[in-house]
Design a protein around this ligand. Sequence first.
Ligand code: JB2
Length: 212
Amino acid sequence: MRQKEIIVIGGGGHAKVVISLLLADDNYKVLGYTDKSDRGPILGVKFLGNDEILPKLKSKYPRLSAAIGVGKVTKENIRIEVRKKILKNGFELPVIISKKALIHKDAVIGEGTVISDGAIIQVGAKIGACAIINTGSIVEHDCVIGDFVHVASGATVSGGVTIGKNTMVGAGSTIIQYKKIGHDCLIAAGAVVVDDCQSNGFYAGVPAVLKK
Ligand code: JB2
């Protein structure tokens, strides 16, 4: 079997997880990672240089893919800029799914989305592009999750929930069924969301309330 060559953009905590998922997948050969500076080998994967090296890599490996290895979702979501760099340089942006995740066959997952170990994606769920469905989180039936959303480790998104683009669902939080969460929201770790959430809002607590 011919392995697909891939690089990871970013060399921090999320990149380490993405690299571990790729190393566990025989379909991929990880050539290295880029970052602003050398962070040393990550699980044996070498530093290639900063992102200025991307055009050179593309000409050397015309079928090269890239994975977004930057995880933070802030107001200025750097993942959006990293995606632009990847597409501008003509790299493919594959979906990366842990072999230890459970994905229903009818779920739809957009390009560049990363699904980590132990995540469960249920029937009818639709996940946009470049999202992170992190370790041990649950996206229940018929949820619609926007581009660049990060469902952090251990969060539960109950059935029929919709989440707008760029929203961060904090670690261990719960959103009850059929609620509508806007874009660019921050749901704090451990929050329990029982009402709809407006775009750009920061919600925390049990039950979660809008914070000023
Ligand atoms: O444009 C970029 C760029 N911007 C930041 N290109 C490249 N190639 N690299 C970039 N970086 C690099 O991403 C930074 O220089 C830094 O080395 C790395 C981010 O590392 P950090 O560990 O700070 O964050 P992270 O986003 O990898 O991980 C966070 O988010 C994950 C989802 C952590 O909070 C993790 O604990 C969390 N699981």
